[in-house]
Ligand binder design. Structure first.
Ligand code: GLN
Length: 562
């Protein structure tokens, strides 16, 4: 019995970068799943880095970590949020990874004396890995990074061209995402950039089957016909990809444009009509929440580049949807908190109902984050610290509650008492750059803790990306002053969650829960944190362990600092 054959959809992008190929691919995945199909995704990135782990967030945006510990492109986050496909290191291929594999084969003499070339050796490696990563599903959605016309993406596009030919027209389709800008001086949607971009794609041998046209207004029939004529794409394959206020509107919009029907027809797939009700409900809850707004300060270093907190942003949105409220996110640059006095800090955080300190690397801005954490702890403002945010919460507690002067992470001050440090076995390899803890690790929660309450279970698994850990030499000193280590590794050696019992909501975790948050359900820690923020906004924030007070209670609020 032969295995079922996987069908392929290749997504390319034209005209400009950041055109939304990732979200379009993820939305197509969601639509096909809604029709009962099994999908997976692959991202092909043309850069020469082996993975984005070494790139600055300013260059690349967030590094998305998979369960198996791969550092990948942030589009894999979109794929996991929109579909049930689970991503692994095999789902993100880069030029660096492909060349590394080909060059090591060459060194081992595996090419038997051949001259090793882009075609066929590089393209064969791309195709082999692609087919391996996508075996066993109904449809694989393969996104090619970059913009058509870039030199770097040529080998990937050539591999796609070959695959389309080898697989045959009912097994592979090409979807090209392009831009159709509205030029107000002419009061017209302009199709020329799309025409040029398709021309470029056809020059390298790929005729697109479907065009997703990014636009701020629906394309009318005449515009679609014009694009169809010049691009050699049937008019029903010219689809409006409208700008949306909520990302999760995209699957519904594409469905309304007939995209899933068309794809199934082209790929000769029999499937049911999709059930779009869950997506509609999600958008409805996002658009019209009934319980008000929680203002959350995100105190970080990369606040000027939203892409570096992509999953975090989405996880907070999911938390809001689950609480039937809106979140108003205030990105606060931690360095500005360092340059101001207590009044300035109070002012910067004044209308916020909760504070979140996300992950990060490097010393810059860390003292500002500690200031924000202290503010949250002392003013009984809900606090959520993630990875670096948790490590700094431990340092703050050590300094100001446990009396360990100048306590810090060894990452930032090698002379200070290192409440956060490399584990002894890592210290031995410090010179070589200690290894990161990457990917999924199990964690056991303490019964009755805030974390236990949020998750509703005692055993969890979460994803990590960090080098430093809570230093076990300081555990006793911290615990005796009231820090609760509510989550640890099963062998208890690694501290994974900390919290404060005498505070309405104060929790830090060493892992990155935002990577596993899904729109339909939300992540327990984000749902619970947003609830605390909303309770605060509604004046109902109660100290833990007591009943929620129904109506306006004076309670400890941020406003009391004025
Ligand atoms: N820089 C810290 C570490 O390496 C935290 C990393 C993070 O927040 N992802 O441990």
């Amino acid at each position: 019995m032969g295995a079922k054959r996987t069908k392929y959809l290749f997504t390319t992008g034209g005209v400009v970068s950041s055109i939304g190929k990732g979200l379009a691919s993820a939305s197509i995945g969601a639509l096909l799943e809604a029709r009962g199909l099994r999908v997976t995704h692959v991202k092909l990135d043309p850069y020469i880095n082996v993975d984005p782990g070494t790139m600055s967030p300013y260059q690349h945006g967030e590094v998305y970590v998979t369960d198996d510990g791969a550092e990948t492109d942030l589009d894999l986050g979109h794929y996991e949020r929109f579909t049930n496909a689970r991503m692994t290191r095999a789902n993100n291929l880069t030029t660096g990874k492909i060349y590394q594999a080909v060059i090591s084969k060459e060194r081992r003499g595996e090419y038997l004396g051949a001259t090793v070339q882009v075609i066929p050796h590089i393209t064969d490696e791309i195709k082999a890995r692609l087919l391996e990563a996508t075996a066993g599903v109904d449809v694989a959605i393969v996104e090619i990074g970059g913009t058509v016309g870039d030199i770097e993406s040529l080998p990937f596009l050539e591999a796609v061209r070959q695959l389309k030919l080898e697989l045959g027209p009912t097994n592979a389709v090409s979807v090209h995402v392009t831009l159709v800008p509205y030029i107000s001086a002419a009061s017209e949607l302009k199709t020329k950039p799309t025409q040029h971009s398709v021309k470029e794609l056809r020059e390298i041998g790929i005729q697109p089957d479907i065009l997703l046209c990014r636009t701020d207004r629906p394309l009318d029939r005449a515009v679609k016909e014009k694009i169809s004529l010049f691009a050699n794409v049937p008019v029903d394959g010219v689809i409006s990809a409208l700008d949306v206020a909520c990302l999760y509107e995209l699957p519904g919009l594409f469905h309304a444009e007939g995209l899933d029907e068309l794809l199934c027809e082209r790929l000769n797939i029999w499937s049911r009509q999709p059930d779009m009700a869950p997506w509609q409900r999600l958008v409805e809850r996002f658009t019209r929440p009934t319980r008000g707004t929680a203002v959350i300060a995100v105190v970080g270093k990369y606040v000027h580049l939203r892409d570096s907190y992509k999953s975090l942003h989405e996880a907070l949105v999911h938390g809001a949807i689950a609480n039937d409220c809106r979140v108003d996110l205030r990105y606060v640059d931690s360095e500005t908190l360092e340059k101001t006095d207590a009044a300035g800090v109070a002012e910067a955080l004044a209308d916020c109902h909760a504070i979140l300190v996300p992950g990060g690397f490097g010393e810059r801005g860390t003292e500002g984050k500690i200031t924000a954490i202290r503010y949250a702890r002392e003013k009984a403002l809900p606090f959520f610290g993630i990875c670096l945010g948790m490590q700094l919460a431990v340092a703050e507690f050590a300094r100001h509650v446990a009396g360990i002067e100048h306590a810090n992470s060894a990452e930032f001050d090698p002379r200070a008492p290192a409440v956060i440090d490399l584990m002894p076995e890592q210290r031995a390899v410090r010179e070589k750059g200690a290894t990161m803890r990457l990917g999924a690790y199990p964690c056991v929660l303490e019964k009755g803790s805030l974390a236990h309450e949020a998750y509703g279970t005692l055993e969890i698994s979460e994803r990590h990306r960090h080098r430093y850990e809570v230093n076990n030499d300081f555990r006793e000193a911290l615990v005796s002053k009231g820090l609760v280590l509510s989550g640890t590794s099963p062998d208890k050696r690694l501290v994974e969650v900390v919290e404060l019992p005498n505070h309405p909501y104060f929790l830090g975790c060493q892992f990155h829960p935002e990577l596993k948050s899904r729109p339909m359900t939300g992540h327990p820690l984000f749902v619970r944190f947003v609830k605390a923020a909303l309770d605060h906004a509604l004046g109902r924030l109660a100290p833990r362990g007591r009943e929620e007070r129904p109506s306006p209670a004076p309670g400890p609020t941020v406003h009391s600092v004025h």
